[in-house]
Design a protein around this ligand. Sequence first.
Ligand code: ADP
Length: 328
Amino acid sequence: MTKRSKRIKFLSYGLFFYLILALTWWTLLLIVKNNDALNAKIELIKIIAIANNPEISEAQFLEQANVVKLNHDYTRQRNMIIGEATVFIVLLFIGIFQINKSFNREVDAANQQRNFLLSITHELKSPLASIKLILQTFLKRELPKEKKDDLLKSALTESNRLENLVNDLLLSAKLEKAFIPHFEEIPINMLIEHSVFTLGNSHPLAKINLNLPEDDLVLSTDKEGLYAIIKNLVENGIKYNINIPEINIVLTDEPKPQLIISDNGVGIPDGDKTKIFNKFYRIGNEDTRKTKGTGLGLYIVKEFVAALGASIEVEDNSPTGTKFIIEF
Ligand code: ADP
């Protein structure tokens, strides 16, 4: 949240607090004045009553029809004042709550846009700049074969990075508007084993452990969606890690089918656990962040999980890292 947003929030809370105090004060004052008016009227009636009948007792006086009516009117007026004040305070609370909610939404949208611009600009510009530099080097100089191969490999890595970015952008747009899952009966054990094999090849330094039920679990699900979920969660566990990455994938069938993917990485602070699934959300400050990324991975995971009719939860892993639990 920017300083200006914080100031506006602080001012609005101050105003709200003042309104509540002022309302309480005016309500109490009105009740006291109402009471004073009642007492004055009763005193007047009492003087007249004593003038008419000097022997009249206090009990007889209080039972007089005009005194009973006066007391009744006063109680009704006091209840009206308290009722009005309560309705006003409730409406004020609802109003402030709604304003606060839309203010937070505006701030989130502004942050999202800022994150989008910063991360996409960076993720687009740096691979393009590297590829351009490599091509310029090829044009200017005659290079030995080894050097050429190295540069070609780098260019390929950078173009893969660009391709992944474009794929993620297109996929997230598709998930928002036009994605219809293609449900089919899939032996999940095989799909997980296949995904781990592919991911293991692209991340040879990571250790990926599998714990699958002996009998093949068959679920009606969408292959592309489930693969994207596993890929994003496993790659994040490897990327946000300062140890030798170790990922555990557990599939259970009891009481419901669950896929648990946990890592030994840096973990996710409690305050960020609900935000990480937002589009373009990345933990920390975009200017100081070192890992590459766009904040689209977990958004894609969340959208696929919803499309498959499943649910996802995130917890701390023990002793370190993060655990994602998907229930089908
Ligand atoms: P990206 O990896 O492109 O930044 P994601 O949507 O996949 O985007 O993740 C959002 C943010 O959540 C990441 O920037 C990272 O800070 C945090 N995060 C995601 N997965 C993990 C994890 N397994 N361990 C620690 N932090 C994570």
